[in-house]
Write a protein that binds this ligand. Sequence first.
Ligand SMILES: NC(=O)c1ccc[n+]([C@@H]2O[C@H](COP(=O)([O-])OP(=O)(O)OC[C@H]3O[C@@H](n4cnc5c(N)ncnc54)[C@H](OP(=O)(O)O)[C@@H]3O)[C@@H](O)[C@H]2O)c1
Length: 361
Amino acid sequence: MKIAVLGYGTVGRSICKYIEGDSKDIQVAYVLRRPGKATEPFMTEDFDEILNDPSVGIVVDALSGRVDSYDYMKRALLSGKHVVTANKAAVAYGMEELCRIAVDHNVNLKYEATSAGTIPIVAEIVSTTHTNYLSAVYGILNGTTNFIIDKMLTEGSEFDATLKEAQRLGYAEADPTADIGGFDVKNKIIILASTAYHGFVTGDIPVFGIELLTKKILDDYAAKGKTIKLMGISVRKDNDYALGVVPCVIDMDSLEAHVPLNNNIVTIVGDMCGELKFYGQGAGGAPTADALLRDIYSIFNSVNIDVEFQFFRKLNYVPEMLRGAGYIGNDRVEGTLEEIVAEAKRRNEFVAFECPELFKA
Ligand SMILES: NC(=O)c1ccc[n+]([C@@H]2O[C@H](COP(=O)([O-])OP(=O)(O)OC[C@H]3O[C@@H](n4cnc5c(N)ncnc54)[C@H](OP(=O)(O)O)[C@@H]3O)[C@@H](O)[C@H]2O)c1
């Protein structure tokens, strides 16, 4: 099967490298580059060339930026090509429209690589929901912030110095806002919750990052046998759900507390399987390319169109479903996650959320 890879950055190059070396079944027919950058014969600057080539079965989106990625994915699906993507911003933004186009055109839209790096969480959610009713999805979904918290805790460093180290090691972007502000996790929890609950969740959710985290806050929690991790959290009951992104108070004995460096852990809770936890590398060229390649091979091997059954529910956002305690400065505030995050933003102080619904702290 021939594929076209959009983008030739960390992830795009990793896919091409694997396919050149190891794949007999898949060939890269095109790599889309920006104008002036198509320096090799297999590269093109013209997306229409890819669309108009009937031998290209799958468009693999490894682009940065939401707007072009979304536009290209839409056009590829409309033209009857399968799409495999790593672009969480574009999928979280327009999952409903992209999925509907995929269903209407009888093609696959696969997005394993958007969430939790190489962890096969989308495939596991899809598989688990055949036999389970899922009532929660949550986890550490951003390697950069986990790296920062882990280093601050274990090495006793302050936030700014640790962020700089993460940037020097290539774990954090030059502009770290999406990671430390929680927006990257927001995209991922939207995608995972929609998949788990069989409907499209809202993008208008409470988000609080770790910019205001200090070593003292971590030390104070450690003295009480607890710690803090930035998490995407979501719960669901029938067609009602709530979700958000917030630093969570967790017990030092929990698995989440022991997730080191830039790794991720995701939990799903089902009525038959109970609590299932998935751990692994949450980012990086090879881990992300691996997730894309698994989606490519699943299309190549079966050509099952599996978008159709996934999103049939009309879901209602019910913020009251995520209630707990928020620790803001020296105060303990009870309320919904939405109320607690709004209060912390108003005060411009760090907040840690204790959520009895999801984990005993
Ligand atoms: N890296 C990871 O660990 C990771 C993990 C999970 C998901 N992802 C997602 O995977 C995608 C790619 O990530 P990355 O780390 O490979 O990013 P990257 O290194 O910045 O590469 C992005 C590539 O996209 C190209 N690009 C952007 N817009 C384009 C356009 N309109 N036409 C042609 N090329 C365009 C860039 O070209 P220029 O260089 O010319 O700008 C660059 O080659 C992103 O959506 C990211 O969120 C990445």
